[in-house]
Design a protein around this ligand. Structure first.
Ligand code: NAI
Length: 770
């Protein structure tokens, strides 16, 4: 389908409007951003504040800073005529019906005949928004409910009213899917749609049950968190993140629009403790804290019974012991309060979700998708139910006299998802199984993999064969940290490449780098040979991929750091999701990239500048500082994406806005690369003279003074030793660099300071400055 929207107008330049404007500008579109009028002389000041918000956003709302120039500003009193050539007008003004309705009326004389109008409302029914509008406009009106922050949250809920034309939904949906990269969930015009209806209910259920059971909030977040595949913020820390005040408003609003019979009222009552925290100014992370806070510099947590602060504690041992693999059955089987809490929350949330089937959507996939794309759950409610087993779940509900929705009861002897004849099916409201649905051309690998048999598999990675005999390597260890087993999978693919190799996974992050736990264990055992062997194995595998006379295409999303990026730097071409963050960050833990990362960075800079000294400085600065590109376009400036210097990268890299389109894009790239393949990596490349090292270190010392520590200097020298020499010579092959990388890495691994940096990162997730 052709995308028939080329000019977008966003009205309301607040949190959401500025995010939507930034997303459209990042997609290369011209955007008009309007807000209310400011005082004389500063009529566009409110819209300018929206632009400032975009400029100061961190993580950035734009893919490239200068895309901000695509946004023109105005105000709704003087400039409504600016909407005249807009194909799509998105309203994101305050959540007040009279304000929205007055705005629509004012817009009427200016609207293009086929312009689409959508509201970003969270709670107001479409029927009320369009009241009094001409029939022809009601046909072009829908709700597009984005999530905050717009660039990073994948979910877009699309609400079609009885009068909205199918064509309007198709046009706006296609635009948001392909250009803005959104995962679409079609919802009925019901309160809170799907994401917030279930998401807010789930948070409220967790808070309600923790209060009733007297469970410490750390325990509650540790249960209603990682072992359920829910972000570790759980419910209480998520409240802090969103803001207690905003959450209180959302809960009140849902309470006011949901019918009295809705189970939301059992968990969504006014909460005196939350109100008192807000009154005291503890409204979340944007202020002094909320449920968690630092008081006098110490981490504290709120005691739910007394409302007093107490020192923050580790979650109970039995909860930690469950681990982080998604295992709801293990959680609800725990003894004591922890197991009771897990059960009470799941009983409520999964039952509530099942109760919405038939009302808000006919397909459990919509609810699962909404929770995955809008709340970052790894699995949705029905996938969790399949893990527990609907039969066992229903039996326990019935034994306790809890209500069981008909849709859930009817599935007691079945699962919600099943694979049949190579297709993934989902059970719909009427009990029939239908193929899971995604827009045409989209492939979500986490779904597809359920229909495939692995050709190779271990705990850390798998290799599958896709259509056309193309292999796909999937990492699936914790945070996709790479270890010997991941390397085995890469090696298997390099040895058995079929018609090409794609390296991709559908986890939140492509790979956080090499597994530091493994290194720490080997350092403690002084197993330097073991470290060398591991690094050598890694280098051999990626080198094989680079030299393969077959297409090798990396298709990353999320973080691609350290070793994860090194794998990608050896691919012939990259199809990169727009939000992918790339960087070699090893010096933060006191080591240097030793999987060909220094080699590839230096080689690329040399090819670009033709000057060994300049290449040395560029390579040093970006690796020593762990510089990351927060979008592929920014990574291009580091030479990691489409290095564009004709240095042997066979195909140009591409940005893919929607991560559900990465696999298709990679398959297409494999097909096109088959015709013009290049070995990858051109030689010779000269080393830089050793004097450059003193200049680099001198510059750091001058800049940071004592902040540049003795160990920083050790790391700096080890890094520079890879691409400098007292007698610089022309390097003829990759192996000179690989050998130097391993030697530098091991020299650093032997220092106590590096050990301390690694241990600190593992314990706290933060770099140690020593
Ligand atoms: P906000 O308060 O950050 O921004 C609202 C903006 O609208 C302000 O800049 C305000 O000056 C402007 N405005 C008010 N009346 C206007 C008018 N007549 N004409 C032009 N501009 C006007 O609000 P936020 O959070 O961006 O919310 C906007 C809409 O998006 C609301 O409908 C909200 O329910 C919805 N929403 C909010 C989400 C969030 O996380 N904040 C998530 C999803 C939807």
């Amino acid at each position: 389908m052709t995308i028939e929207i080329s000019k977008v107008c966003v009205i309301g330049a607040g949190t959401m409007g500025s995010g939507i404007a930034a997303a459209a500008a990042s997609a290369g579109q011209k955007v008009v951003l309007l807000d209310i009028a400011g005082p004389e002389g500063a009529r566009n000041a409110p819209a300018e504040r929206g632009l400032e918000r975009i400029r100061n956003s961190n993580p950035p709302l734009l893919l490239l800073e200068h895309d901000i120039n695509k946004i023109s500003l105005g105000n709704v009193e003087d400039d409504l005529a600016m909407i005249a050539d807009a194909d799509w007008i998105v309203e994101a003004v305050v959540e007040r019906l009279p304000v929205k309705q007055a705005l629509y009326r004012a817009m009427l004389p200016h609207l293009k005949a086929d312009a689409i109008i959508s509201s970003n409302t969270s709670t107001i029914p479409l029927a009320l928004l369009t009241e009094g509008l001409p029939e022809d406009v009601r046909k072009r009106f829908c709700i597009t409910h984005f999530f905050n922050p717009v660039r990073y949250m994948r979910l877009l809920e699309l609400v079609q009213g009885p009068e909205t034309s199918d064509e309007v939904i198709a046009r706006v949906g296609d635009y948001c899917d392909r250009l803005l990269g959104k995962g679409l969930v079609h919802c009925a015009d019901t309160p809170g749609f799907l994401g917030n209806r279930v998401g807010v209910f789930a948070m409220q259920a967790a808070i309600h049950e923790a209060v009733s059971l007297g469970l410490p909030i750390e325990d509650a977040d540790a249960i209603f968190g990682r072992p359920l595949g829910i972000p570790k913020t759980g419910a209480f820390a998520l409240y802090d993140l969103i803001g207690l005040d905003l959450m209180a408003d959302v809960v009140r609003s849902l309470r006011s629009i949901l019918p009295d019979s809705d189970p939301f009222h059992e968990v969504g009552a006014e909460n005196a403790l939350i109100n008192s925290q807000i009154e005291k100014g503890f409204n979340g992370n944007k202020g002094k804290g909320g449920f968690y806070a630092r008081i006098d510099g110490k981490p504290m947590a709120l005691d739910l019974a007394s409302g007093a602060w107490r020192p923050r504690q580790q979650p109970a041992k039995e909860i930690v012991a469950v681990g982080e693999a998604v295992d709801p059955a293990a959680l609800i089987a725990l003894d004591g309060k922890a197991g009771q809490f897990a059960w009470n929350v799941l009983a409520r949330v999964l039952t509530y979700s099942a109760g919405l089937i038939g009302e808000v959507s006919d397909s459990p996939q919509d609810i699962d998708d909404a929770m995955k794309l809008g709340y970052n759950w790894i699995e949705g409610p029905f996938e969790l139910l399949d893990r527990i087993g609907a039969g066992a779940f229903v039996a326990r509900l019935e034994a306790e006299g809890r209500p069981v929705p008909q849709f859930l009861k009817a599935a007691s002897n079945a699962s919600f998802y099943k694979v049949q004849a190579g297709q993934l099916l989902v059970r719909h409201a009427d009990g029939d199984y239908c193929a899971v649905s995604l827009p045409e051309g989209s492939v979500r690998f986490s779904m597809l993999r359920r229909t495939l048999q692995a050709d190779f598999e271990n705990e850390s990675a798998s290799v599958f064969t896709l259509e056309g005999g193309v292999r796909l390597v999937e990492f699936h260890s914790k945070a996709n940290a790479l270890d010997e087993k991941s390397v085995e999978a890469l090696d298997f693919a390099a040895e058995n490449p079929g018609n090409g190799v794609i390296i991709h996974n559908d986890a939140q992050h492509f790979s956080s780098g090499v597994n530091l736990n493994r290194f720490l264990t080997m350092i403690d055992a002084q197993d330097w040979v073991g470290i060398d062997q591991f690094l050598l194995g890694f280098q051999k595998a990626v080198h094989k991929l680079q030299k393969l006379k077959k297409p090798v295409v990396g298709a990353p999303t999320g973080l691609a750091l350290g070793g994860g990026l090194e794998v990608l730097l050896h691919c012939k071409s990259l199809m990169v999701h727009a939000n992918c963050v790339m960087g070699l960050v090893e010096p933060l833990v006191g080591v240097i990239p030793a999987g060909g990362g220094v080699k590839e960075t230096y080689r690329r800079w040399y090819k670009q500048t033709g000057d060994a000294g300049k290449a040395a400085i560029k390579t040093f600065d970006q690796i020593f500082d762990g510089v990351t590109g927060t979008s592929p376009s920014l990574s291009a400036r580091l030479g990691y994406f489409n290095s564009g210097v004709g240095d042997g990268v066979s195909g140009r890299d591409m940005i893919v806005a929607n991560r559900d389109r990465l696999v298709t894009a990679a398959l297409e790239r494999v097909a096109s690369l088959n015709h013009h393949l290049d070995e990858g990596g051109r030689w010779p490349v000269p080393l830089a003279p050793a004097e450059v090292v003193e200049t680099l270190i001198g510059a750091r010392q001058a800049l940071h003074g004592a902040g540049f520590t003795a160990h920083d200097e050790t790391v700096a020298r080890a890094l520079a030793s890879i691409f400098t020499d007292t007698k610089p010579f022309e390097v003829e092959s990759d192996w000179e660099f690989y050998d130097r990388e391993r030697a530098a890495f091991i020299s650093l691994a032997k220092t106590p300071e590096t050990r301390a940096r690694i241990a600190h990162m593992l314990a706290t997730g933060k770099p140690l400055r020593n």
